[in-house]
Design a protein around this ligand. Structure first.
Ligand SMILES: [Zn+2]
Ligand SMILES: [Zn+2]
Length: 119
């Protein structure tokens, strides 16, 4: 069973890479990571390009900014997770498309409808 993400056993957060898991561990002191087959959501705001990785996060973004259109790119990024630990950590590990989105991806663009989370 190939994992596509790492799941934090302490809080259930899904991490996209070993590096993220390491960051998470540093921030939270959580240390129980396991491979998970649940994909990490990747919802990209159509208005400003902000990536959100959970419905909660996109919800919050909508509330804060009024942006309500998200492109679900979860499937685009799905793949077996690499358990390699990157050696050199780039100084700025931000997503390339975080700002200055030049070409919006067309083709596999699914409009993501924001739903109200059941409490
Ligand atoms: Zn955690
Ligand atoms: Zn936005």
């Amino acid at each position: 069973m190939a994992g596509v993400s790492l799941k934090c056993g302490d809080c259930g957060a899904l991490l996209k890479s070993v590096q993220e898991a390491q960051d998470h561990a540093e921030l939270t002191s959580h240390s129980n990571f396991a491979e998970s087959t649940e994909p990490v959501l990747n919802l990209v705001c159509k208005d400003c390009g902000k990536p959100c990785r959970s419905i909660t996060e996109s919800d919050l973004h909508t509330k804060r900014t009024g942006h309500a259109d998200f492109v679900d790119q979860t499937a685009v990024n799905i793949g077996p997770i690499s358990l390699e630990v990157p050696k050199a950590v780039p100084e700025d590990a931000m997503d390339i498309d975080a700002d200055g989105v030049s070409g919006k991806p067309e083709g596999i663009v699914t409009r993501y409808i924001v739903k109200t989370r059941p409490v």
